[in-house]
Design a protein around this ligand. Structure first.
Ligand code: NDP
Length: 448
């Protein structure tokens, strides 16, 4: 049995009730096989994989809070401090009823590889609660955030663990969490990222994930001897990532013909109009179907996903598992030759198998989320740097650094894939490149 299989089997025995974590660990471990085989003696001697798959620490706690009617509730809170070999733990807090330890461990493991790819000094962590902010008043959300931070503050700090937002944790929640941290500790420090611009947030953080996605896509397309200019692009979603992917892709000369929400998608043969999109989503907070009433020539498709339209490039920016195996078939049959993931895990396992087949047959390009959407966490790390220096960089400075980081991620992922005999396989390239730096740091720091 190979070292990778051995470690996975032990993990299965230890954590039988954590299916999401086990599935992610299996996929990652399998793709690490080439690097593990190349260094097997050293890795085994140092129990490297056994340590890599276990979080350094998991903190779990109860979060009592009172709703507006005076009724008391108790939610569960967590922080998974996955790996600090290359920097303080960094990763979002998620407030969603589905949150549990298995999901947070899985996200923590993905996060350490993603953070490593940015080449910035940030380790991996993830946290959150099974609290659902939907339908709660601002006062209820504030009381929940204050109670959550009353326990969490003991375990975080600007040089130890720097959480950010994630699903259900946006600017409002980060503000409440930060206020309570400051009140409890008396410290005005960069302990959270995603802060408002008036209290230490970074310019270009809002744009970072969408812009970063397009920067890396541009680089990947150039690497295949093509250009983004003149290409037809499908974007899904119409939230933060989608909006800025539309904007940057259009600026670079591509034509984005779709955006969507959970109710349907818009097809605009003339290219999605960013100003109209922002007016609808950021100002009016209306459904995407309104776009078809405003822009002549565009069409709304109720209850459908955009993947049946003809395109060169698809940028899924909505949600997990939004591209299934049959969606991937449709995309490829309609001429799509490139997918880069703006959302986390938008392609299911069948879809990824289809991309891989098309890659081997015809050079299909696929950039997985941990590389393609790393621009968000990269600018979060730049927010930490600015907070430490007590400085605020200009939009242009941050954007330039973001672009350099995304170009470097592409180079690192593609050269690593090549080095380990998997040229063009950016899934393997991203996992190995992310892991390599973490593994080197863990080996250098001894058995801790
Ligand atoms: P937003 O909440 O701003 O937007 C999400 C978009 O996806 C909305 O248009 C939403 O439509 C749509 N959507 C949600 N569920 C579905 C569904 N089941 N089917 C179709 N569309 C759906 O989120 P973000 O743009 O911030 O994030 C999008 C993805 O990117 C997530 O996977 C997130 O984890 C990932 N990501 C985000 C980062 C960031 O910096 N924002 C960083 C890295 C990853 P509706 O309004 O109908 O719900």
């Amino acid at each position: 049995m190979s070292y990778v299989e051995e470690v996975y089997q032990n993990l299965e025995k230890k954590h039988p009730a954590e299916p999401e974590f086990l599935e992610a660990a299996k996929r990652i471990l399998d793709s690490l096989d080439p690097i593990v085989k190349a260094h097997e003696d050293v890795y085994r001697k140092n129990a490297l994989l056994e340590r890599f798959v276990e979080p350094e620490r998991i903190i779990s706690f109860r979060v009592p809070w009172t709703d507006d009617k005076g009724v008391n509730h108790v939610n569960l809170g967590y922080r998974v401090q996955f790996n600090s070999a290359i920097g303080p733990y960094k990763g979002g807090l998620r407030f969603h009823p589905s949150v549990n330890q298995s999901i947070l461990k899985f996200l923590g493991m993905e996060q350490i590889l993603k953070n490593s790819l940015t080449s910035l000094p940030i380790g991996g962590g993830k946290g959150g609660s099974d609290f659902d902010p939907h339908g709660k008043s601002d006062a209820e959300v504030m009381r929940f955030c204050q109670s959550f931070m009353t326990e969490l503050f003991k375990y975080i700090g600007k040089d130890t663990d720097v959480p950010a937002g994630d699903i259900g944790v946006g600017g409002r929640e980060v503000g409440f969490l930060y206020g309570q941290y400051k009140r409890l500790t008396g410290l005005y420090e960069g302990v959270l990222t995603g802060k408002g611009l008036s209290f230490g947030g970074s310019l270009a953080r809002t744009e970072a994930t969408g812009y970063g996605l397009v920067y890396i896509t541009d680089e990947m397309v150039k690497g295949a001897g093509k250009t983004l200019a003149g290409k037809t692009v499908l974007v899904s979603g119409s939230g933060n990532v989608a909006q800025y992917a539309v904007k940057k892709a259009t600026e670079l000369g591509a034509k984005v013909v779709t955006v969507s929400d959970s109710a349907g998608y818009i097809y605009d043969p003339n290219g999605i109009n960013f100003e109209v999109l922002c007016q609808i989503k950021q100002v009016e907070r209306a459904r995407i179907k309104v776009y078809a009433d405003r822009v002549p020539g565009s069409v709304y498709h109720e209850g459908e996903k955009p993947w049946g339209e003809k395109c060169d490039i698809a940028l899924p920016c909505a949600t997990q598992n939004e591209i299934t195996g049959s969606d991937a078939e449709k995309l490829i049959a309609n001429g799509c030759w490139c997918v880069a993931e703006g959302a986390n895990m938008p392609s299911d396992a069948d879809a990824i198998d289809r991309y891989e087949k098309a890659r081997v047959e015809s050079g299909f390009l696929f950039m997985p989320a941990k590389a393609a959407n790393a621009g968000g966490v990269a600018v979060s790390a730049l927010e930490m740097s600015q907070n430490s220096e007590r400085l605020s960089w200009s939009f242009e400075e941050v954007d330039k650094k973001l672009k350099d980081i995304m170009v470097n991620i592409y180079k690192n992922v593609s050269t690593t894939a090549e080095k380990y005999g998997h040229a063009g396989d950016f899934v393997t390239g991203a996992n190995i490149a992310g892991f390599e730096k973490v593994a080197d740091a863990m080996l250098a720091q001894g058995l801790v």
